[in-house]
Design a binder for this molecule. Sequence first.
Ligand code: NOJ
Length: 547
Amino acid sequence: MKMTPKWWHDAVVYQIYPRSFCDSNNDGIGDLQGIISKLDYLKNLGVNVIWLSPVYRSPMDDNGYDISDYQDIAPEFGTMADMQQLLAEAKQRDIRIIMDLVVNHTSDEHPWFQEARKSKDNPYRDYYIWRQPKEGGSAPDEQGSIFGGSAWQYDEQTGEYYFHLFSKKQPDLNWENPKVQHEVHKMMNWWIEQGIGGFRLDVIDLIGKEIDKGITGNGPRLHPLLQEMNRATFGDKDLLTVGETWGATPEIAKLFSNPEREEFSMVFQFEHITLTWEHGDKWNPIPLDLPAFKKVLTKWQVELENEGWNSLFWNNHDLPRVVSKYGDEGQYRVESAKMLATTLHLMKGTPYVYQGEEIGMTNVAFDSIDDYRDIETLNFYKERTENGVAPETMLAAVHENSRDNARTPMHWDNSYNAGFSTNQPWLQVNPNYPDINVAAALEDQSSIFYHYQKLIQLRKSLPVIVHGTFEPVFEDHDKVFAYVRSDEQHRLFVLNNFTAEEVVLALPESLRTDNAECIIANYEHRQQLGEELTLKPYESFAVLMPA
Ligand code: NOJ
């Protein structure tokens, strides 16, 4: 079976974290006018979709993932008129805007919750999840919050607990209530009418939860709810929908993204990400096991077949910077950033570029926990150090995996505060901005930026990148990740050295050539691929061959 072609199959998405992208009014916080001023930059990069992290009205307990009005813009980001201008100006440049839809929970300052907490018989009470205290007054069960502590918060006014999988200012909506479903659908349709290009659905695999049975992710009611959402909102529109699904296996991903099931276009899966978290704990980082990493990436490439669609990403606003995580942020920063880009962008699926990735921005290592702003980082630092973990150990883990690594302001140039703002930014800039910034990248024809630009162009011009089959090569090798993509016209051989060491390889006959059509490389282009090949540190290239 072939997939019916969709516009998002060969799209490349750029994720903007508005707070950290560009500050037009110099209040230290990025905003919508800042984004508008950089649309030409994004057009030049070649992306045709922007995923906008939340810009709705919010008390910003979790930087906008706690929404108090879904149909208004947070004043620090601008106004609804700015949003309309962004949509219009993006459209002029053939760029679609994907909104971040956060409907597992709202803010506790959302009017629904404000009403709900007033009394047990308030009409909005059942919009949220309430339970009686256990005898003695303690929380109904042991369920923990993803941001630390209990998932239950006692509410004095009515003497019951409400459920929150994230912070206590993010009460979970009760998706068993048809009124909640209806309100959310109505709001989604309102955004669709504004001309958006789709939705990224925040932690959407949590909405089918059955908490009394201890089920949070992938609950039994999840898929019927999503099919109903599809039918009531975007199903008959040509939109990109991507679900954030931490618990997805390839089988589960097919449930979400098989077009015949009418749910989403694709999902984000995190199996490759959590490999460097010991026992799933991001505050216990462990080194990358490349063979395991290759196995996971290969599994996802092969197993979705034509019954689902991959999204391809290395980092986002919740994850460390890719060049720091899987590459080398020192001597081989440029080479390794390009290698990682090639590895990802020549796989099958829709690639996502997180702001600053295209110039090789790195993690940050602030000396003091007081310089961090992320609620998750601060909560866990406190919890773990109170429970006996040494502050230095916890700070090292924060340097490795804190979400603030991705959230330091974007580096536009080498002026004060990286050209992000002339005011003190809400989170300090990474001190390496004088070397790593957009202005410098644009001036250097061999920069990481132009490497991304080239990869994006290649995807638009070579169908084998979009639809070709995927076959791993050197499967058991512990330093290189290589694969061949094939369609009726071409074979595309992609070879990547994931280490700072030289690697000598014996090439199989089928991949040798005297007249290589090298379409991208991070050192000089290869003309010949003989029996033996020596790869330089982090060397990466792709060669196009006849089928
Ligand atoms: C996932 C988002 O990506 C993250 O930033 C947020 O904190 C949680 N969902 C809660 O909305």
